[in-house]
Design a protein around this ligand. Structure first.
Ligand SMILES: NC(=O)c1ccc[n+]([C@@H]2O[C@H](COP(=O)([O-])OP(=O)(O)OC[C@H]3O[C@@H](n4cnc5c(N)ncnc54)[C@H](O)[C@@H]3O)[C@@H](O)[C@H]2O)c1
Ligand SMILES: O=C(O)C[C@H](O)C(=O)O
Length: 314
Protein backbone atom coordinates (compact mmCIF):
# COMPACT_ATOMS: atom_id res chain seq x y z
CA UNK A 1 0.00 0.00 0.00
CA UNK A 2 1.67 3.24 -1.11
CA UNK A 3 0.74 6.53 0.44
CA UNK A 4 1.34 6.60 4.14
CA UNK A 5 3.31 8.52 6.68
CA UNK A 6 6.69 7.39 7.95
CA UNK A 7 8.42 9.14 10.84
CA UNK A 8 12.17 8.95 11.27
CA UNK A 9 13.49 9.81 14.72
CA UNK A 10 17.13 10.82 14.42
CA UNK A 11 18.00 12.75 11.25
CA UNK A 12 21.68 11.87 11.37
CA UNK A 13 23.57 9.77 8.86
CA UNK A 14 21.38 6.67 9.04
CA UNK A 15 18.01 8.39 9.45
CA UNK A 16 18.59 10.82 6.59
CA UNK A 17 19.90 8.09 4.29
CA UNK A 18 16.84 5.96 5.01
CA UNK A 19 14.67 8.98 4.20
CA UNK A 20 16.55 9.53 0.95
CA UNK A 21 16.22 5.89 -0.06
CA UNK A 22 12.47 5.92 0.66
CA UNK A 23 12.11 9.11 -1.31
CA UNK A 24 14.02 7.79 -4.32
CA UNK A 25 11.86 4.66 -4.55
CA UNK A 26 8.73 6.80 -4.08
CA UNK A 27 7.08 4.16 -1.94
CA UNK A 28 5.55 6.33 0.73
CA UNK A 29 3.52 9.50 0.67
CA UNK A 30 5.24 11.41 3.43
CA UNK A 31 8.47 11.19 5.42
CA UNK A 32 8.80 13.23 8.61
CA UNK A 33 12.27 13.77 10.04
CA UNK A 34 12.59 14.48 13.74
CA UNK A 35 15.81 15.23 15.63
CA UNK A 36 16.58 16.97 18.89
CA UNK A 37 18.82 19.09 16.68
CA UNK A 38 15.92 20.67 14.78
CA UNK A 39 18.17 22.59 12.38
CA UNK A 40 19.69 19.29 11.28
CA UNK A 41 16.23 17.83 10.62
CA UNK A 42 15.22 20.97 8.72
CA UNK A 43 18.33 21.09 6.55
CA UNK A 44 18.12 17.39 5.69
CA UNK A 45 14.38 17.57 4.97
CA UNK A 46 14.85 20.50 2.57
CA UNK A 47 17.81 18.84 0.83
CA UNK A 48 16.05 15.47 0.44
CA UNK A 49 12.79 17.21 -0.50
CA UNK A 50 14.59 19.01 -3.33
CA UNK A 51 15.82 15.67 -4.69
CA UNK A 52 12.23 14.53 -5.25
CA UNK A 53 12.00 16.53 -8.49
CA UNK A 54 13.92 13.67 -10.04
CA UNK A 55 12.42 10.71 -8.19
CA UNK A 56 9.93 8.28 -9.69
CA UNK A 57 7.05 9.55 -7.60
CA UNK A 58 6.65 12.61 -5.41
CA UNK A 59 7.18 12.20 -1.69
CA UNK A 60 6.53 14.94 0.83
CA UNK A 61 9.54 15.35 3.10
CA UNK A 62 9.09 17.50 6.19
CA UNK A 63 11.02 18.29 9.35
CA UNK A 64 9.24 18.06 12.67
CA UNK A 65 9.51 21.35 14.56
CA UNK A 66 8.67 19.44 17.65
CA UNK A 67 8.03 15.81 18.67
CA UNK A 68 4.29 16.45 18.32
CA UNK A 69 4.78 16.69 14.54
CA UNK A 70 5.42 12.95 14.63
CA UNK A 71 1.69 12.50 15.07
CA UNK A 72 -0.20 9.70 13.34
CA UNK A 73 2.73 8.00 11.69
CA UNK A 74 2.07 4.49 10.39
CA UNK A 75 5.69 3.51 10.85
CA UNK A 76 8.39 5.10 13.00
CA UNK A 77 12.04 4.33 12.41
CA UNK A 78 14.25 4.94 15.45
CA UNK A 79 17.80 5.91 14.55
CA UNK A 80 18.30 8.36 17.43
CA UNK A 81 21.42 7.66 19.40
CA UNK A 82 25.15 7.70 19.37
CA UNK A 83 27.14 5.71 16.82
CA UNK A 84 30.36 3.99 17.87
CA UNK A 85 33.88 5.19 17.13
CA UNK A 86 36.71 2.93 16.04
CA UNK A 87 37.87 2.05 19.55
CA UNK A 88 34.37 0.97 20.61
CA UNK A 89 32.04 -2.01 20.35
CA UNK A 90 28.31 -1.60 19.88
CA UNK A 91 27.84 -2.73 23.49
CA UNK A 92 29.71 0.38 24.67
CA UNK A 93 26.68 2.42 23.54
CA UNK A 94 24.33 0.60 25.92
CA UNK A 95 23.70 3.12 28.68
CA UNK A 96 23.81 6.30 26.60
CA UNK A 97 21.44 5.00 23.92
CA UNK A 98 19.10 3.32 26.41
CA UNK A 99 18.56 6.75 28.01
CA UNK A 100 17.85 8.25 24.60
CA UNK A 101 15.28 5.47 23.98
CA UNK A 102 13.33 6.62 27.05
CA UNK A 103 12.83 10.03 25.52
CA UNK A 104 12.15 8.69 22.03
CA UNK A 105 9.66 6.02 23.10
CA UNK A 106 7.75 8.51 25.26
CA UNK A 107 7.24 10.69 22.19
CA UNK A 108 6.21 7.80 19.96
CA UNK A 109 3.65 6.52 22.48
CA UNK A 110 2.22 9.99 22.88
CA UNK A 111 1.98 11.03 19.25
CA UNK A 112 1.84 7.84 17.17
CA UNK A 113 0.28 5.21 19.43
CA UNK A 114 -0.72 2.98 16.51
CA UNK A 115 2.64 2.94 14.73
CA UNK A 116 4.86 0.02 13.90
CA UNK A 117 8.37 0.75 15.21
CA UNK A 118 11.56 -0.23 13.42
CA UNK A 119 14.47 0.08 15.85
CA UNK A 120 17.91 0.77 14.41
CA UNK A 121 19.89 2.27 17.31
CA UNK A 122 22.65 0.17 18.86
CA UNK A 123 23.21 -2.14 20.59
CA UNK A 124 20.37 -3.19 18.35
CA UNK A 125 18.85 -6.23 20.02
CA UNK A 126 18.91 -4.61 23.45
CA UNK A 127 17.43 -1.32 22.23
CA UNK A 128 14.67 -3.33 20.57
CA UNK A 129 14.04 -5.04 23.91
CA UNK A 130 13.95 -1.66 25.67
CA UNK A 131 11.30 -0.42 23.23
CA UNK A 132 9.21 -3.57 23.88
CA UNK A 133 9.36 -3.13 27.62
CA UNK A 134 8.68 0.59 27.53
CA UNK A 135 5.72 0.44 25.15
CA UNK A 136 4.22 -2.87 26.26
CA UNK A 137 2.89 -3.10 22.69
CA UNK A 138 2.13 -6.31 20.88
CA UNK A 139 5.35 -7.90 19.68
CA UNK A 140 4.40 -7.79 15.98
CA UNK A 141 4.72 -3.97 16.08
CA UNK A 142 8.35 -3.71 17.22
CA UNK A 143 11.09 -4.88 14.88
CA UNK A 144 14.85 -4.50 15.09
CA UNK A 145 16.73 -3.87 11.84
CA UNK A 146 19.92 -5.92 11.68
CA UNK A 147 19.51 -9.02 9.53
CA UNK A 148 18.47 -6.93 6.53
CA UNK A 149 21.87 -5.23 6.73
CA UNK A 150 23.97 -8.20 7.78
CA UNK A 151 22.38 -10.35 5.06
CA UNK A 152 23.21 -7.67 2.46
CA UNK A 153 26.77 -7.60 3.77
CA UNK A 154 27.07 -11.36 3.54
CA UNK A 155 25.67 -11.29 -0.01
CA UNK A 156 28.27 -8.65 -0.89
CA UNK A 157 31.10 -10.79 0.48
CA UNK A 158 29.80 -13.82 -1.45
CA UNK A 159 29.64 -11.82 -4.69
CA UNK A 160 33.16 -10.50 -4.10
CA UNK A 161 34.40 -14.10 -3.89
CA UNK A 162 32.50 -15.70 -6.77
CA UNK A 163 32.46 -12.67 -9.10
CA UNK A 164 28.83 -13.00 -10.17
CA UNK A 165 25.25 -13.04 -8.90
CA UNK A 166 25.03 -9.50 -7.55
CA UNK A 167 21.34 -8.82 -6.84
CA UNK A 168 20.61 -12.56 -6.99
CA UNK A 169 22.27 -13.57 -3.76
CA UNK A 170 20.20 -14.37 -0.71
CA UNK A 171 22.04 -14.79 2.56
CA UNK A 172 20.45 -15.82 5.85
CA UNK A 173 21.69 -15.14 9.38
CA UNK A 174 20.32 -15.47 12.87
CA UNK A 175 21.42 -14.26 16.31
CA UNK A 176 22.50 -10.91 17.62
CA UNK A 177 23.72 -7.90 15.65
CA UNK A 178 27.22 -8.25 17.07
CA UNK A 179 30.19 -10.56 17.25
CA UNK A 180 28.03 -13.59 17.97
CA UNK A 181 25.84 -13.27 14.87
CA UNK A 182 25.40 -16.57 13.05
CA UNK A 183 25.65 -16.50 9.24
CA UNK A 184 23.99 -19.60 7.77
CA UNK A 185 25.77 -20.40 4.49
CA UNK A 186 24.01 -23.77 4.30
CA UNK A 187 20.72 -22.01 3.51
CA UNK A 188 22.18 -19.15 1.48
CA UNK A 189 22.29 -19.21 -2.31
CA UNK A 190 23.34 -17.31 -5.45
CA UNK A 191 20.52 -17.30 -7.99
CA UNK A 192 19.11 -20.38 -6.27
CA UNK A 193 22.44 -22.28 -6.45
CA UNK A 194 23.43 -23.49 -2.96
CA UNK A 195 26.58 -21.78 -1.72
CA UNK A 196 28.45 -24.95 -0.80
CA UNK A 197 28.41 -25.92 -4.49
CA UNK A 198 30.23 -22.77 -5.63
CA UNK A 199 32.35 -21.58 -2.69
CA UNK A 200 35.25 -23.43 -1.05
CA UNK A 201 35.21 -24.08 2.68
CA UNK A 202 38.12 -21.70 3.13
CA UNK A 203 36.37 -18.92 1.21
CA UNK A 204 33.21 -19.56 3.20
CA UNK A 205 35.08 -19.03 6.46
CA UNK A 206 36.41 -15.75 5.12
CA UNK A 207 32.89 -14.67 4.04
CA UNK A 208 31.57 -15.41 7.53
CA UNK A 209 34.41 -13.55 9.27
CA UNK A 210 34.10 -10.49 7.02
CA UNK A 211 30.31 -10.41 7.42
CA UNK A 212 30.61 -10.46 11.20
CA UNK A 213 33.21 -7.70 10.99
CA UNK A 214 31.19 -5.69 8.44
CA UNK A 215 30.19 -2.85 10.75
CA UNK A 216 33.63 -2.50 12.36
CA UNK A 217 35.37 -2.45 8.97
CA UNK A 218 33.43 0.66 7.98
CA UNK A 219 33.88 2.35 11.35
CA UNK A 220 37.64 1.84 10.90
CA UNK A 221 37.62 3.78 7.60
CA UNK A 222 34.99 6.43 8.33
CA UNK A 223 35.46 7.03 12.05
CA UNK A 224 31.68 6.68 12.35
CA UNK A 225 29.37 3.85 11.45
CA UNK A 226 27.90 2.84 8.11
CA UNK A 227 24.81 4.51 6.67
CA UNK A 228 24.23 3.75 2.98
CA UNK A 229 23.58 0.02 3.38
CA UNK A 230 21.75 0.53 6.71
CA UNK A 231 19.60 3.27 5.13
CA UNK A 232 18.66 1.04 2.22
CA UNK A 233 18.00 -1.93 4.52
CA UNK A 234 15.62 0.22 6.57
CA UNK A 235 13.74 1.38 3.49
CA UNK A 236 13.34 -2.20 2.24
CA UNK A 237 11.70 -3.10 5.56
CA UNK A 238 9.48 0.00 5.54
CA UNK A 239 8.40 -0.75 1.97
CA UNK A 240 7.57 -4.36 2.84
CA UNK A 241 5.26 -3.14 5.60
CA UNK A 242 3.64 -0.41 3.49
CA UNK A 243 3.14 -2.79 0.55
CA UNK A 244 2.17 -5.78 2.72
CA UNK A 245 4.59 -7.69 0.52
CA UNK A 246 5.30 -10.45 3.06
CA UNK A 247 8.97 -10.80 2.36
CA UNK A 248 11.13 -13.01 4.57
CA UNK A 249 13.75 -10.95 6.36
CA UNK A 250 15.91 -11.83 9.36
CA UNK A 251 14.99 -9.26 12.03
CA UNK A 252 15.35 -8.87 15.77
CA UNK A 253 12.01 -9.78 17.34
CA UNK A 254 10.67 -10.75 20.74
CA UNK A 255 10.58 -14.52 21.14
CA UNK A 256 7.79 -16.15 23.07
CA UNK A 257 8.76 -19.79 23.03
CA UNK A 258 10.14 -19.89 19.49
CA UNK A 259 13.60 -21.45 19.29
CA UNK A 260 13.12 -22.43 22.96
CA UNK A 261 13.40 -18.87 24.32
CA UNK A 262 11.08 -16.29 25.85
CA UNK A 263 11.43 -12.62 26.73
CA UNK A 264 14.45 -12.00 24.53
CA UNK A 265 14.82 -10.02 21.30
CA UNK A 266 17.11 -11.68 18.79
CA UNK A 267 17.49 -12.05 15.04
CA UNK A 268 15.48 -14.80 13.35
CA UNK A 269 13.75 -14.98 9.97
CA UNK A 270 10.34 -13.31 9.98
CA UNK A 271 7.66 -12.44 7.45
CA UNK A 272 7.18 -8.66 7.12
CA UNK A 273 3.78 -7.34 6.11
CA UNK A 274 1.10 -4.79 6.94
CA UNK A 275 1.01 -5.85 10.59
CA UNK A 276 4.77 -5.68 11.00
CA UNK A 277 5.91 -9.16 11.98
CA UNK A 278 3.32 -11.42 10.35
CA UNK A 279 5.07 -14.64 11.31
CA UNK A 280 8.24 -15.88 12.96
CA UNK A 281 9.83 -18.70 10.99
CA UNK A 282 11.37 -21.41 13.14
CA UNK A 283 14.35 -22.95 11.38
CA UNK A 284 15.40 -26.42 12.38
CA UNK A 285 18.86 -25.89 13.84
CA UNK A 286 21.51 -28.58 14.26
CA UNK A 287 23.17 -29.00 17.67
CA UNK A 288 26.19 -26.85 16.78
CA UNK A 289 24.01 -23.95 15.59
CA UNK A 290 21.78 -24.28 18.66
CA UNK A 291 24.86 -23.87 20.84
CA UNK A 292 25.93 -20.77 18.88
CA UNK A 293 22.40 -19.36 19.14
CA UNK A 294 22.54 -19.82 22.92
CA UNK A 295 25.82 -17.88 23.12
CA UNK A 296 24.24 -15.14 21.04
CA UNK A 297 21.08 -14.98 23.19
CA UNK A 298 23.23 -14.98 26.36
CA UNK A 299 25.21 -12.00 25.07
CA UNK A 300 21.98 -10.03 24.55
CA UNK A 301 20.72 -11.12 27.98
CA UNK A 302 23.97 -9.81 29.54
CA UNK A 303 23.19 -6.33 28.20
CA UNK A 304 19.60 -6.49 29.42
CA UNK A 305 20.86 -7.58 32.85
CA UNK A 306 23.17 -4.56 33.03
CA UNK A 307 20.15 -2.31 32.41
CA UNK A 308 18.18 -4.17 35.09
CA UNK A 309 21.04 -3.86 37.60
CA UNK A 310 20.99 -0.12 36.93
CA UNK A 311 17.23 0.01 37.62
CA UNK A 312 16.57 1.06 34.06
CA UNK A 313 13.17 -0.63 33.84
CA UNK A 314 11.93 0.59 37.24
N1 LIG B 1 20.98 -1.64 13.36
C1 LIG B 1 21.94 -1.38 12.49
O1 LIG B 1 22.23 -2.21 11.64
C2 LIG B 1 22.64 -0.04 12.51
C3 LIG B 1 23.36 0.39 11.39
C4 LIG B 1 23.98 1.64 11.42
C5 LIG B 1 23.90 2.44 12.58
N2 LIG B 1 23.19 1.96 13.64
C6 LIG B 1 23.01 2.80 14.84
O2 LIG B 1 22.13 3.87 14.53
C7 LIG B 1 22.35 4.97 15.42
C8 LIG B 1 22.47 6.26 14.62
O3 LIG B 1 23.64 6.26 13.82
P1 LIG B 1 23.99 7.54 12.92
O4 LIG B 1 25.23 7.22 12.20
O5 LIG B 1 22.80 8.00 12.18
O6 LIG B 1 24.33 8.60 14.07
P2 LIG B 1 24.21 10.21 13.98
O7 LIG B 1 24.94 10.76 15.15
O8 LIG B 1 24.57 10.67 12.62
O9 LIG B 1 22.63 10.46 14.17
C9 LIG B 1 21.97 10.23 15.36
C10 LIG B 1 21.01 11.39 15.56
O10 LIG B 1 20.18 11.10 16.70
C11 LIG B 1 19.83 12.37 17.24
N3 LIG B 1 19.26 12.22 18.58
C12 LIG B 1 19.92 11.95 19.73
N4 LIG B 1 19.04 11.90 20.75
C13 LIG B 1 17.82 12.13 20.24
C14 LIG B 1 16.51 12.20 20.80
N5 LIG B 1 16.31 12.01 22.10
N6 LIG B 1 15.47 12.45 19.96
C15 LIG B 1 15.68 12.65 18.63
N7 LIG B 1 16.90 12.58 18.06
C16 LIG B 1 17.95 12.34 18.85
C17 LIG B 1 21.13 13.15 17.20
O11 LIG B 1 20.91 14.55 17.33
C18 LIG B 1 21.70 12.72 15.85
O12 LIG B 1 21.39 13.65 14.83
C19 LIG B 1 23.62 4.59 16.21
O13 LIG B 1 23.26 4.08 17.47
C20 LIG B 1 24.26 3.49 15.36
O14 LIG B 1 25.08 2.62 16.11
C21 LIG B 1 22.57 0.75 13.63
O1 LIG C 1 28.84 -1.12 13.34
C1 LIG C 1 28.13 -0.27 13.89
O2 LIG C 1 28.41 0.19 15.00
C2 LIG C 1 26.91 0.26 13.18
C3 LIG C 1 26.00 -0.80 12.67
O3 LIG C 1 25.59 -1.68 13.67
C4 LIG C 1 26.59 -1.56 11.52
O4 LIG C 1 26.62 -2.80 11.57
O5 LIG C 1 27.02 -0.91 10.54
Amino acid sequence: MVGRRVGIVGAGFVGATAAYSLTMTGRCHEVVLYDINSDLAKGKAIDIGQSTSYSVRGTIVTAAEDAKDLKDCDIIVVTAGVPRKSDMTRADLLMINAKIMKDVVGNIMKYSPNAIIICVSNPLDIMTYVIHKMTGWNRNRIIGMAGALDGARMAYQINQKVGYGSGQTRAMLIGDHGQNMIPLPEISAVGGVPLDQIVTKEDMEDIIARTKDGGAEIVKYLGTSAYYAPGRAISVMVEAILDDSRIVMPSSVMLDGEYGYRDITVGVPVVLGANGVEKIIELELDEETKAKFKISVDSIQDGIDILKENDFFV
